[in-house]
Design a protein around this ligand. Sequence first.
Ligand code: GLU
Length: 445
Amino acid sequence: MKVNDIMTRLEAKHPGESEYLQAVREVLISIEDVYNQHPEFEKAGIIERIVEPDRIFTFRVPWVDDNGKVQVNIGYRVQFNGAIGPYKGGIRFHPSVTLSSLKFLGFEQTFKNALTTLPMGGAKGGSDFAPKGRSQAEIMRFCQAFVVELWRNIGPDTDVPAGDIGVGGREVGYMFGMYKKLAREHTGTFTGKGLTFGGSRLRPEATGFGALYFVQKMCDEYHIMLRGKTVAVSGFGNVAWGAVTKATELGAKVVAISGPDGYIYDEDGINTPEKIAFMLELRNSGNDVVAPYADKFPRSRFFPGKKPWECKVDIALPCAIQNELNLEDAKTLKKNGVILVAEVSNMGCTSDAVDFFIENEMLFAPGKAVNAGGVACSGLEMTQNAMHISWSNEEVDKWLHQIMNDIHEQCVAHGRNDEYINYVKGANIAGFMKVADAMMAQGIV
Ligand code: GLU
């Protein structure tokens, strides 16, 4: 395989799908050597097959807003790769959603899910619907309209959607409600459900908690004490909230969170139950701003229009959206003496930022390893649903911890180069080998 040749062909076939092409290139560069040691992969066209989704559904989502006006959005479900299990991955409602972004997310999800050790294929879906400023009734009608179209293509052993940006417990509840009505079955077709109707304990916390378990393992590997370290987090949604909660519990001090409007710096730490709960209030307000934090806690400061990467901290955790940390930011982090960067968002860093971290042998881990705790907990929810039981907090947390440790171990096994661990390479090779082996065993399909 020659990465450049494959990329040239893909660029010609899918022009303008920049995020998808970025994600594919990153994986291909990591696996090139390993792939070339397996001529049977080349013969079976593994690369040509693995970079294309199994199938894509695109559909119109018409709905009526509170003023009686008809609105039309586009809905998608990208079933990327079903080699190792039923399709699994979240639904994103955000104005930035395009086919390219969902293809990148579905591609990443395939390898992430492989890393979790659970049998789940990769998928992603969503819509360009913008929940910001929409009423509860509008959100419900939109979710229902989305599922009226999607429901025939999903099922507990076919494709199991969940949440992502713009889709939390409330939206999953509405989508599940309509699914159940149309399919006439109460099965685990969605994860991230409410606890009273088949949801798993710890699912809302799992992405952030899992990320911090992973960060803890990175610290252990390099004999760094997490306790006492300062942390900058971007975002203030569900994932950021879980990360802040667990970082605080593990003795680190989170001093920054951010929103599309700028960032908050709180020198005292975002570390009291009141402050952490306020993040949820901000999110539930639906306004997508963090500025009110500084009004509520006057010892903190709001920096309008800025990113939290300019703060002098020990650890940086991008928790918001793809490509939110660029090369300039990466250089600033290095200059400020940051010792560890872990992507909690999917592809949170631009390619040149990732290259910069690796060239400078900085401790860096990619989203598909760090944030896999969310989908892993979804996998545990599927298991509980299939068994018609529910596990306690302790049981789920034990699994989550174990899975994150396993992912870390796989990254180290495939990414170690003398003293330095290239977590990007480690995660990509481990994920790829599992999916490729499954595809080899199943013939040309
Ligand atoms: N959207 C999350 C992710 O990016 C979770 C997906 C799921 O739980 O299926 O992995």
